[in-house]
Design a protein around this ligand. Sequence first.
Ligand code: ADP
Length: 506
Amino acid sequence: MAAQSRKQQQTRYNILMISSEMVPFAKTGGLADVVGSLPHELARLGHDVRVVIPRYYAIDPGRYSLEVALGSMGVWMGETLEWCMVYSRDMGDGVTVYFIEHNGFFGRDGLYHDAAMNDYLDNPRRFGFLSRAGLQVAVDTGFAPDIVHVHDWQSAAAAAYLKTWFWDNPILGKAASVLTIHNAAYQGIYPKHHFDYLGLGWNTFHADAFETFDHINLLKGGIWFADLVNTVSPGYAREITTPHGGFGLAPYLSNKGNSFYGILNGVDYSDWSPENDRQIPARFSASDLSGKLQCKEALQKHFGLEVNPRVPLFAAIGRFVDQKGYHLLAPAIERALNEMNIQFVILGSGDPWLQDIFGSMPGRYPGRAGSHIGYNVALSHLIEAGADFFVMPSLYEPCGLNQLYSLRYGTLPIVHATGGLDDTVENYNEASGDGTGFKFWHPTVDSLYYTIGWANSTWWDRPGHMARMITTAMSQDYSWDRSTAEYIAAYEKAIANKRAYDSWPR
Ligand code: ADP
Protein backbone atom coordinates (compact mmCIF):
# COMPACT_ATOMS: atom_id res chain seq x y z
CA MET A 1 0.00 0.00 0.00
CA ALA A 2 2.81 2.38 0.96
CA ALA A 3 4.60 1.51 -2.27
CA GLN A 4 1.41 2.11 -4.21
CA SER A 5 0.80 5.53 -2.69
CA ARG A 6 4.45 6.49 -3.33
CA LYS A 7 3.99 5.51 -6.95
CA GLN A 8 0.77 7.53 -7.12
CA GLN A 9 2.60 10.55 -5.81
CA GLN A 10 5.28 10.19 -8.45
CA THR A 11 3.16 9.63 -11.54
CA ARG A 12 1.74 12.78 -13.00
CA TYR A 13 -0.98 12.14 -15.54
CA ASN A 14 -2.46 14.24 -18.29
CA ILE A 15 -6.18 13.65 -17.89
CA LEU A 16 -8.86 14.67 -20.37
CA MET A 17 -12.41 14.47 -19.03
CA ILE A 18 -15.44 14.76 -21.26
CA SER A 19 -18.79 15.28 -19.58
CA SER A 20 -22.24 16.70 -20.24
CA GLU A 21 -22.46 18.29 -16.76
CA MET A 22 -20.13 19.96 -14.30
CA VAL A 23 -20.73 22.03 -11.21
CA PRO A 24 -20.89 25.06 -11.19
CA PHE A 25 -21.70 25.36 -14.89
CA ALA A 26 -24.45 22.83 -15.66
CA LYS A 27 -26.15 20.35 -13.35
CA THR A 28 -29.08 17.98 -13.35
CA GLY A 29 -27.75 15.38 -10.89
CA GLY A 30 -24.87 13.69 -9.11
CA LEU A 31 -22.78 13.44 -12.31
CA ALA A 32 -22.29 17.21 -12.16
CA ASP A 33 -21.15 17.02 -8.53
CA VAL A 34 -18.55 14.37 -9.33
CA VAL A 35 -17.17 16.18 -12.37
CA GLY A 36 -17.23 19.39 -10.34
CA SER A 37 -15.04 17.85 -7.62
CA LEU A 38 -12.84 15.03 -8.90
CA PRO A 39 -10.80 17.14 -11.39
CA HIS A 40 -9.86 19.60 -8.63
CA GLU A 41 -8.85 16.77 -6.31
CA LEU A 42 -6.70 15.26 -9.06
CA ALA A 43 -5.12 18.64 -9.82
CA ARG A 44 -4.30 19.09 -6.14
CA LEU A 45 -2.20 15.94 -6.40
CA GLY A 46 -0.29 17.41 -9.35
CA HIS A 47 -2.17 15.94 -12.32
CA ASP A 48 -2.91 18.12 -15.35
CA VAL A 49 -6.68 17.96 -15.85
CA ARG A 50 -8.67 19.36 -18.77
CA VAL A 51 -12.45 19.02 -18.77
CA VAL A 52 -14.63 19.45 -21.86
CA ILE A 53 -18.34 20.24 -21.52
CA PRO A 54 -20.92 21.83 -23.85
CA ARG A 55 -21.46 25.58 -23.77
CA TYR A 56 -25.17 25.34 -23.07
CA TYR A 57 -27.24 28.42 -23.58
CA ALA A 58 -27.41 29.00 -19.81
CA ILE A 59 -23.61 29.14 -19.42
CA ASP A 60 -23.14 32.82 -20.01
CA PRO A 61 -19.56 33.55 -21.22
CA GLY A 62 -19.54 36.96 -19.49
CA ARG A 63 -20.84 35.73 -16.16
CA TYR A 64 -18.40 32.83 -16.06
CA SER A 65 -15.41 34.80 -17.45
CA LEU A 66 -14.91 32.45 -20.39
CA GLU A 67 -12.19 33.17 -22.92
CA VAL A 68 -12.04 32.12 -26.53
CA ALA A 69 -9.59 29.22 -26.74
CA LEU A 70 -10.19 28.13 -30.36
CA GLY A 71 -11.97 30.56 -32.66
CA SER A 72 -13.07 27.70 -34.87
CA MET A 73 -12.64 23.99 -34.59
CA GLY A 74 -13.57 21.47 -37.27
CA VAL A 75 -14.92 18.15 -36.06
CA TRP A 76 -15.30 15.33 -38.56
CA MET A 77 -18.41 13.30 -37.95
CA GLY A 78 -19.38 10.37 -40.12
CA GLU A 79 -21.29 12.36 -42.69
CA THR A 80 -20.17 15.88 -42.27
CA LEU A 81 -17.65 18.33 -40.93
CA GLU A 82 -19.11 20.25 -37.99
CA TRP A 83 -17.69 23.61 -37.08
CA CYS A 84 -17.74 24.93 -33.56
CA MET A 85 -15.98 27.38 -31.31
CA VAL A 86 -14.27 26.57 -28.03
CA TYR A 87 -14.22 28.72 -24.91
CA SER A 88 -12.04 27.99 -21.93
CA ARG A 89 -11.77 28.89 -18.29
CA ASP A 90 -8.65 28.43 -16.22
CA MET A 91 -9.97 27.39 -12.80
CA GLY A 92 -6.73 28.58 -11.21
CA ASP A 93 -5.79 25.28 -9.58
CA GLY A 94 -4.44 23.26 -12.48
CA VAL A 95 -7.85 22.49 -14.00
CA THR A 96 -8.85 23.97 -17.36
CA VAL A 97 -12.43 23.67 -18.54
CA TYR A 98 -13.25 23.86 -22.26
CA PHE A 99 -16.73 24.69 -23.48
CA ILE A 100 -17.90 23.54 -26.91
CA GLU A 101 -19.98 26.23 -28.54
CA HIS A 102 -22.31 24.81 -31.17
CA ASN A 103 -25.58 26.66 -31.18
CA GLY A 104 -27.41 24.11 -33.28
CA PHE A 105 -26.75 21.44 -30.65
CA PHE A 106 -26.30 23.23 -27.33
CA GLY A 107 -27.99 26.61 -27.69
CA ARG A 108 -31.07 25.39 -25.85
CA ASP A 109 -32.52 25.86 -22.39
CA GLY A 110 -32.58 22.19 -21.41
CA LEU A 111 -29.62 19.85 -21.25
CA TYR A 112 -31.37 16.71 -22.50
CA HIS A 113 -35.03 17.59 -22.93
CA ASP A 114 -37.41 20.47 -23.39
CA ALA A 115 -39.57 22.01 -20.68
CA ALA A 116 -42.26 19.35 -21.26
CA MET A 117 -39.63 16.65 -20.48
CA ASN A 118 -39.51 15.47 -24.11
CA ASP A 119 -36.07 14.09 -24.96
CA TYR A 120 -34.44 16.10 -27.74
CA LEU A 121 -34.69 13.89 -30.81
CA ASP A 122 -31.18 14.72 -31.94
CA ASN A 123 -29.54 13.72 -28.62
CA PRO A 124 -27.42 10.95 -30.19
CA ARG A 125 -26.00 13.52 -32.60
CA ARG A 126 -25.54 16.18 -29.91
CA PHE A 127 -23.64 13.90 -27.57
CA GLY A 128 -21.87 11.88 -30.24
CA PHE A 129 -20.60 15.23 -31.40
CA LEU A 130 -19.60 16.23 -27.83
CA SER A 131 -17.64 12.97 -27.48
CA ARG A 132 -15.83 13.51 -30.76
CA ALA A 133 -15.30 17.26 -30.17
CA GLY A 134 -13.83 16.61 -26.72
CA LEU A 135 -11.08 14.56 -28.34
CA GLN A 136 -10.58 17.20 -31.02
CA VAL A 137 -9.91 19.80 -28.30
CA ALA A 138 -6.98 17.65 -27.15
CA VAL A 139 -5.65 17.43 -30.72
CA ASP A 140 -6.09 21.13 -31.51
CA THR A 141 -4.56 22.31 -28.22
CA GLY A 142 -1.71 19.76 -28.40
CA PHE A 143 -2.67 18.16 -25.06
CA ALA A 144 -1.64 14.50 -25.14
CA PRO A 145 -3.70 12.72 -22.47
CA ASP A 146 -2.60 9.58 -20.68
CA ILE A 147 -6.24 9.10 -19.70
CA VAL A 148 -9.49 10.04 -21.38
CA HIS A 149 -12.12 9.82 -18.64
CA VAL A 150 -15.71 9.85 -19.91
CA HIS A 151 -19.00 9.82 -18.04
CA ASP A 152 -22.29 8.09 -18.81
CA TRP A 153 -23.83 7.62 -22.27
CA GLN A 154 -23.36 11.29 -23.11
CA SER A 155 -19.61 10.96 -23.62
CA ALA A 156 -19.18 7.16 -23.76
CA ALA A 157 -18.64 7.20 -27.54
CA ALA A 158 -15.28 8.93 -27.01
CA ALA A 159 -13.89 5.58 -25.82
CA ALA A 160 -14.88 4.14 -29.20
CA TYR A 161 -13.52 7.06 -31.26
CA LEU A 162 -10.17 6.60 -29.53
CA LYS A 163 -9.86 3.00 -30.67
CA THR A 164 -11.37 3.45 -34.14
CA TRP A 165 -10.40 6.88 -35.47
CA PHE A 166 -7.46 7.85 -33.29
CA TRP A 167 -5.65 4.56 -32.70
CA ASP A 168 -2.49 5.86 -34.41
CA ASN A 169 -2.94 9.57 -33.74
CA PRO A 170 0.27 11.12 -32.31
CA ILE A 171 -1.69 12.99 -29.62
CA LEU A 172 -4.37 10.44 -28.74
CA GLY A 173 -3.04 7.08 -29.87
CA LYS A 174 -1.61 6.11 -26.49
CA ALA A 175 -4.48 7.39 -24.36
CA ALA A 176 -6.31 4.86 -22.23
CA SER A 177 -10.00 5.34 -21.55
CA VAL A 178 -12.04 5.09 -18.37
CA LEU A 179 -15.83 5.14 -18.48
CA THR A 180 -17.73 5.99 -15.29
CA ILE A 181 -21.36 4.90 -15.14
CA HIS A 182 -23.35 7.14 -12.83
CA ASN A 183 -26.67 5.46 -13.59
CA ALA A 184 -27.04 2.32 -15.71
CA ALA A 185 -30.71 3.05 -16.40
CA TYR A 186 -29.82 5.84 -18.80
CA GLN A 187 -28.04 4.27 -21.74
CA GLY A 188 -28.59 6.65 -24.64
CA ILE A 189 -30.77 4.33 -26.75
CA TYR A 190 -31.81 5.92 -30.06
CA PRO A 191 -32.93 4.95 -33.58
CA LYS A 192 -30.17 3.57 -35.74
CA HIS A 193 -30.62 6.07 -38.54
CA HIS A 194 -28.31 8.35 -36.53
CA PHE A 195 -25.48 5.85 -36.71
CA ASP A 196 -24.02 7.05 -40.02
CA TYR A 197 -23.73 10.51 -38.55
CA LEU A 198 -21.68 9.16 -35.62
CA GLY A 199 -19.20 7.67 -38.08
CA LEU A 200 -18.29 4.74 -35.87
CA GLY A 201 -18.67 2.23 -38.68
CA TRP A 202 -21.41 -0.40 -38.97
CA ASN A 203 -18.93 -3.06 -37.91
CA THR A 204 -19.34 -1.67 -34.36
CA PHE A 205 -23.14 -1.98 -34.59
CA HIS A 206 -23.36 -5.41 -32.98
CA ALA A 207 -24.85 -6.71 -29.74
CA ASP A 208 -21.56 -6.57 -27.82
CA ALA A 209 -20.98 -2.94 -28.74
CA PHE A 210 -23.38 -0.27 -29.99
CA GLU A 211 -26.49 -2.29 -30.85
CA THR A 212 -29.47 -3.07 -28.60
CA PHE A 213 -32.62 -4.44 -30.25
CA ASP A 214 -31.69 -2.78 -33.54
CA HIS A 215 -31.18 0.58 -31.85
CA ILE A 216 -28.04 2.51 -31.01
CA ASN A 217 -26.95 2.06 -27.38
CA LEU A 218 -24.24 4.63 -26.68
CA LEU A 219 -23.42 3.43 -23.17
CA LYS A 220 -23.04 -0.18 -24.20
CA GLY A 221 -20.68 0.82 -27.00
CA GLY A 222 -18.60 2.73 -24.48
CA ILE A 223 -18.47 -0.29 -22.18
CA TRP A 224 -17.14 -2.41 -25.01
CA PHE A 225 -14.41 0.01 -26.04
CA ALA A 226 -13.31 1.51 -22.69
CA ASP A 227 -10.14 0.15 -21.12
CA LEU A 228 -11.75 0.25 -17.72
CA VAL A 229 -15.32 0.83 -16.57
CA ASN A 230 -16.42 1.79 -13.10
CA THR A 231 -19.59 2.77 -11.38
CA VAL A 232 -20.08 4.90 -8.31
CA SER A 233 -20.37 2.39 -5.47
CA PRO A 234 -19.24 -1.21 -4.91
CA GLY A 235 -22.80 -2.24 -3.99
CA TYR A 236 -24.26 -0.88 -7.22
CA ALA A 237 -21.45 -2.56 -9.19
CA ARG A 238 -22.56 -5.88 -7.69
CA GLU A 239 -26.23 -5.21 -8.35
CA ILE A 240 -25.82 -4.35 -12.02
CA THR A 241 -23.80 -7.46 -12.74
CA THR A 242 -26.41 -9.82 -11.27
CA PRO A 243 -28.39 -11.74 -13.91
CA HIS A 244 -31.39 -9.42 -13.85
CA GLY A 245 -29.48 -6.26 -12.98
CA GLY A 246 -28.00 -3.51 -15.02
CA PHE A 247 -31.05 -2.82 -17.19
CA GLY A 248 -29.81 -5.39 -19.69
CA LEU A 249 -26.13 -4.51 -19.28
CA ALA A 250 -25.20 -7.25 -16.78
CA PRO A 251 -23.54 -9.61 -19.30
CA TYR A 252 -21.55 -6.83 -20.93
CA LEU A 253 -20.37 -5.45 -17.60
CA SER A 254 -19.53 -8.94 -16.34
CA ASN A 255 -17.44 -9.47 -19.45
CA LYS A 256 -15.14 -6.68 -18.32
CA GLY A 257 -14.00 -8.98 -15.48
CA ASN A 258 -11.87 -7.15 -12.93
CA SER A 259 -11.85 -4.06 -15.16
CA PHE A 260 -15.32 -3.21 -13.89
CA TYR A 261 -15.92 -2.28 -10.28
CA GLY A 262 -17.30 0.41 -7.97
CA ILE A 263 -15.63 3.52 -6.62
CA LEU A 264 -17.71 5.43 -4.13
CA ASN A 265 -18.27 9.11 -4.85
CA GLY A 266 -16.70 11.58 -2.47
CA VAL A 267 -18.35 14.56 -0.86
CA ASP A 268 -17.11 18.11 -1.21
CA TYR A 269 -16.93 18.89 2.50
CA SER A 270 -15.87 22.46 1.78
CA ASP A 271 -19.45 22.89 0.56
CA TRP A 272 -21.24 20.41 2.80
CA SER A 273 -20.05 20.66 6.41
CA PRO A 274 -22.10 22.09 9.27
CA GLU A 275 -18.92 23.56 10.81
CA ASN A 276 -18.42 26.02 7.96
CA ASP A 277 -21.62 26.03 5.87
CA ARG A 278 -22.44 29.67 5.10
CA GLN A 279 -25.84 28.78 3.66
CA ILE A 280 -27.34 27.82 7.03
CA PRO A 281 -28.33 30.18 9.84
CA ALA A 282 -26.02 28.64 12.49
CA ARG A 283 -22.92 26.48 12.37
CA PHE A 284 -22.57 23.32 14.48
CA SER A 285 -20.42 20.27 15.09
CA ALA A 286 -20.68 16.89 16.81
CA SER A 287 -19.33 18.42 20.02
CA ASP A 288 -21.78 21.34 20.00
CA LEU A 289 -25.15 20.68 18.41
CA SER A 290 -26.86 23.87 19.61
CA GLY A 291 -26.56 25.34 16.09
CA LYS A 292 -28.53 22.37 14.73
CA LEU A 293 -31.46 23.33 16.93
CA GLN A 294 -31.32 26.87 15.53
CA CYS A 295 -31.35 25.41 12.02
CA LYS A 296 -34.35 23.26 12.93
CA GLU A 297 -36.17 26.32 14.19
CA ALA A 298 -35.35 28.22 10.98
CA LEU A 299 -36.51 25.26 8.90
CA GLN A 300 -39.79 24.99 10.81
CA LYS A 301 -40.36 28.72 10.36
CA HIS A 302 -39.50 28.57 6.67
CA PHE A 303 -42.21 25.99 6.03
CA GLY A 304 -44.72 27.42 8.49
CA LEU A 305 -44.51 24.40 10.79
CA GLU A 306 -45.10 24.56 14.52
CA VAL A 307 -41.78 25.72 16.01
CA ASN A 308 -41.04 22.95 18.46
CA PRO A 309 -37.64 21.27 19.01
CA ARG A 310 -39.32 18.26 20.61
CA VAL A 311 -41.12 16.99 17.50
CA PRO A 312 -39.05 14.82 15.15
CA LEU A 313 -38.72 16.35 11.70
CA PHE A 314 -38.44 14.02 8.68
CA ALA A 315 -37.22 15.34 5.31
CA ALA A 316 -36.64 14.38 1.69
CA ILE A 317 -34.93 16.10 -1.26
CA GLY A 318 -34.68 14.86 -4.81
CA ARG A 319 -35.97 14.41 -8.32
CA PHE A 320 -39.51 13.05 -8.46
CA VAL A 321 -38.73 10.15 -10.80
CA ASP A 322 -39.57 6.45 -10.43
CA GLN A 323 -36.03 5.60 -9.30
CA LYS A 324 -36.25 7.69 -6.15
CA GLY A 325 -39.21 5.78 -4.68
CA TYR A 326 -41.34 8.81 -3.79
CA HIS A 327 -44.42 6.87 -4.88
CA LEU A 328 -43.71 4.79 -1.73
CA LEU A 329 -42.94 7.81 0.40
CA ALA A 330 -46.17 9.66 -0.40
CA PRO A 331 -48.55 7.07 1.14
CA ALA A 332 -46.08 6.03 3.87
CA ILE A 333 -45.50 9.54 5.17
CA GLU A 334 -49.17 10.40 4.85
CA ARG A 335 -50.00 7.45 7.08
CA ALA A 336 -47.22 8.41 9.48
CA LEU A 337 -48.51 11.98 9.67
CA ASN A 338 -51.94 10.62 10.52
CA GLU A 339 -50.72 8.28 13.22
CA MET A 340 -47.54 9.77 14.70
CA ASN A 341 -46.48 13.04 16.24
CA ILE A 342 -43.99 14.01 13.51
CA GLN A 343 -43.29 16.77 11.03
CA PHE A 344 -42.29 16.39 7.38
CA VAL A 345 -40.76 18.61 4.69
CA ILE A 346 -39.88 17.85 1.08
CA LEU A 347 -37.99 19.69 -1.68
CA GLY A 348 -38.06 18.48 -5.26
CA SER A 349 -39.80 18.40 -8.59
CA GLY A 350 -40.60 16.01 -11.41
CA ASP A 351 -43.62 13.73 -11.94
CA PRO A 352 -46.69 16.00 -11.92
CA TRP A 353 -48.80 13.62 -9.78
CA LEU A 354 -46.13 13.57 -7.07
CA GLN A 355 -45.84 17.34 -7.28
CA ASP A 356 -49.60 17.48 -6.69
CA ILE A 357 -49.54 15.09 -3.72
CA PHE A 358 -46.56 16.66 -1.97
CA GLY A 359 -47.50 20.18 -3.02
CA SER A 360 -50.91 19.84 -1.37
CA MET A 361 -49.63 18.22 1.85
CA PRO A 362 -49.15 21.49 3.78
CA GLY A 363 -52.84 22.22 3.18
CA ARG A 364 -53.84 18.83 4.51
CA TYR A 365 -51.44 18.86 7.50
CA PRO A 366 -51.17 22.52 8.46
CA GLY A 367 -48.23 23.27 10.71
CA ARG A 368 -46.93 19.71 10.33
CA ALA A 369 -45.96 19.29 6.65
CA GLY A 370 -44.10 21.59 4.27
CA SER A 371 -43.20 21.29 0.60
CA HIS A 372 -41.26 23.27 -1.95
CA ILE A 373 -41.80 22.15 -5.52
CA GLY A 374 -38.71 23.30 -7.38
CA TYR A 375 -34.94 23.35 -7.23
CA ASN A 376 -33.29 25.37 -4.48
CA VAL A 377 -29.72 24.75 -3.34
CA ALA A 378 -29.81 27.06 -0.30
CA LEU A 379 -32.99 25.40 0.94
CA SER A 380 -31.42 21.96 0.47
CA HIS A 381 -28.64 23.01 2.87
CA LEU A 382 -31.17 24.26 5.43
CA ILE A 383 -33.12 21.01 5.21
CA GLU A 384 -30.01 18.86 5.67
CA ALA A 385 -29.02 20.95 8.67
CA GLY A 386 -32.41 21.38 10.35
CA ALA A 387 -34.09 17.98 9.92
CA ASP A 388 -33.73 15.03 12.29
CA PHE A 389 -34.24 12.24 9.75
CA PHE A 390 -33.68 12.11 6.00
CA VAL A 391 -35.72 9.64 3.94
CA MET A 392 -34.32 7.99 0.78
CA PRO A 393 -36.55 5.15 -0.41
CA SER A 394 -34.80 4.85 -3.82
CA LEU A 395 -35.64 1.65 -5.69
CA TYR A 396 -31.99 1.63 -6.74
CA GLU A 397 -29.26 4.16 -6.03
CA PRO A 398 -25.88 4.11 -7.80
CA CYS A 399 -24.26 6.12 -5.01
CA GLY A 400 -26.53 8.83 -3.66
CA LEU A 401 -25.19 12.04 -2.21
CA ASN A 402 -27.91 13.24 0.09
CA GLN A 403 -27.44 10.40 2.58
CA LEU A 404 -23.75 11.35 2.77
CA TYR A 405 -24.65 15.00 3.41
CA SER A 406 -27.22 13.85 5.98
CA LEU A 407 -24.62 11.82 7.88
CA ARG A 408 -22.37 14.86 8.07
CA TYR A 409 -25.18 17.06 9.38
CA GLY A 410 -26.29 14.53 12.00
CA THR A 411 -29.58 13.99 10.16
CA LEU A 412 -30.04 10.24 10.37
CA PRO A 413 -30.81 8.63 7.00
CA ILE A 414 -33.70 6.22 6.52
CA VAL A 415 -32.80 4.25 3.41
CA HIS A 416 -33.75 1.33 1.23
CA ALA A 417 -30.71 -0.96 1.51
CA THR A 418 -29.60 -0.74 -2.11
CA GLY A 419 -26.45 0.31 -4.00
CA GLY A 420 -24.57 3.21 -2.44
CA LEU A 421 -27.21 3.65 0.27
CA ASP A 422 -26.50 0.15 1.56
CA ASP A 423 -22.74 0.76 1.34
CA THR A 424 -22.70 3.98 3.32
CA VAL A 425 -25.40 3.70 6.00
CA GLU A 426 -24.93 1.34 8.94
CA ASN A 427 -28.20 0.01 10.27
CA TYR A 428 -29.23 0.88 13.82
CA ASN A 429 -28.57 -1.85 16.35
CA GLU A 430 -31.24 -1.49 18.97
CA ALA A 431 -29.30 -3.56 21.50
CA SER A 432 -26.11 -1.52 21.42
CA GLY A 433 -27.06 1.86 19.96
CA ASP A 434 -24.53 1.39 17.15
CA GLY A 435 -25.29 2.49 13.61
CA THR A 436 -25.79 5.61 11.55
CA GLY A 437 -29.32 5.22 10.20
CA PHE A 438 -32.34 3.02 9.58
CA LYS A 439 -32.54 0.53 6.73
CA PHE A 440 -35.29 -1.47 5.09
CA TRP A 441 -34.83 -4.21 2.52
CA HIS A 442 -38.14 -4.45 0.72
CA PRO A 443 -39.12 -1.34 -1.24
CA THR A 444 -42.77 -1.32 -0.23
CA VAL A 445 -45.01 1.27 1.39
CA ASP A 446 -45.34 -0.90 4.50
CA SER A 447 -41.59 -1.42 4.95
CA LEU A 448 -40.98 2.29 4.63
CA TYR A 449 -43.85 3.18 6.95
CA TYR A 450 -42.64 0.81 9.67
CA THR A 451 -39.05 2.03 9.32
CA ILE A 452 -40.23 5.61 9.74
CA GLY A 453 -42.07 4.33 12.82
CA TRP A 454 -38.89 2.66 14.08
CA ALA A 455 -36.95 5.92 13.71
CA ASN A 456 -39.78 7.78 15.42
CA SER A 457 -39.90 5.40 18.40
CA THR A 458 -36.10 5.60 18.71
CA TRP A 459 -36.40 9.40 18.88
CA TRP A 460 -38.99 9.28 21.67
CA ASP A 461 -37.93 6.20 23.62
CA ARG A 462 -34.15 5.93 23.25
CA PRO A 463 -32.68 9.44 23.20
CA GLY A 464 -29.29 8.08 24.34
CA HIS A 465 -29.10 5.94 21.23
CA MET A 466 -30.16 8.88 19.08
CA ALA A 467 -27.34 11.02 20.48
CA ARG A 468 -24.83 8.24 19.98
CA MET A 469 -25.91 7.61 16.38
CA ILE A 470 -25.74 11.30 15.55
CA THR A 471 -22.15 11.46 16.82
CA THR A 472 -21.20 8.32 14.89
CA ALA A 473 -22.88 9.61 11.71
CA MET A 474 -21.12 12.96 11.89
CA SER A 475 -17.72 11.31 12.25
CA GLN A 476 -18.04 9.29 9.02
CA ASP A 477 -15.52 10.32 6.37
CA TYR A 478 -16.64 10.22 2.75
CA SER A 479 -14.25 12.89 1.54
CA TRP A 480 -12.71 12.75 -1.90
CA ASP A 481 -9.26 11.72 -0.61
CA ARG A 482 -10.00 8.02 -0.64
CA SER A 483 -12.03 8.07 -3.87
CA THR A 484 -9.39 10.09 -5.70
CA ALA A 485 -6.71 7.55 -4.77
CA GLU A 486 -8.99 4.82 -6.12
CA TYR A 487 -9.49 6.70 -9.40
CA ILE A 488 -5.72 7.06 -9.79
CA ALA A 489 -5.36 3.32 -9.25
CA ALA A 490 -8.08 2.83 -11.88
CA TYR A 491 -6.16 5.04 -14.32
CA GLU A 492 -3.03 2.92 -13.76
CA LYS A 493 -5.00 -0.23 -14.49
CA ALA A 494 -6.59 1.30 -17.59
CA ILE A 495 -3.16 2.28 -18.91
CA ALA A 496 -1.90 -1.27 -18.33
CA ASN A 497 -4.99 -2.64 -20.13
CA LYS A 498 -4.41 -0.28 -23.05
CA ARG A 499 -0.77 -1.35 -23.35
CA ALA A 500 -1.84 -4.97 -23.39
CA TYR A 501 -4.49 -4.17 -26.03
CA ASP A 502 -1.95 -2.32 -28.18
CA SER A 503 0.43 -5.27 -28.02
CA TRP A 504 -2.07 -7.76 -29.41
CA PRO A 505 -1.05 -8.88 -32.88
CA ARG A 506 -3.41 -7.49 -35.54
P1 ADP B 1 -29.23 11.99 -8.60
O1 ADP B 1 -27.91 12.30 -9.23
O2 ADP B 1 -29.80 10.66 -9.01
O3 ADP B 1 -30.24 13.10 -8.74
P2 ADP B 1 -27.80 12.18 -6.07
O4 ADP B 1 -28.24 11.95 -4.65
O5 ADP B 1 -26.55 11.49 -6.50
O6 ADP B 1 -29.03 11.84 -7.01
O7 ADP B 1 -27.55 13.74 -6.27
C1 ADP B 1 -28.60 14.66 -6.24
C2 ADP B 1 -28.00 16.03 -6.02
O8 ADP B 1 -28.95 17.02 -6.47
C3 ADP B 1 -27.75 16.34 -4.57
O9 ADP B 1 -26.68 17.26 -4.50
C4 ADP B 1 -29.08 16.98 -4.14
O10 ADP B 1 -28.97 17.79 -3.00
C5 ADP B 1 -29.41 17.78 -5.36
N1 ADP B 1 -30.84 18.04 -5.54
C6 ADP B 1 -31.78 17.19 -6.02
N2 ADP B 1 -33.00 17.80 -6.08
C7 ADP B 1 -32.81 19.05 -5.61
C8 ADP B 1 -33.68 20.17 -5.43
N3 ADP B 1 -34.98 20.11 -5.74
N4 ADP B 1 -33.15 21.32 -4.95
C9 ADP B 1 -31.83 21.38 -4.63
N5 ADP B 1 -30.97 20.37 -4.79
C10 ADP B 1 -31.44 19.21 -5.27
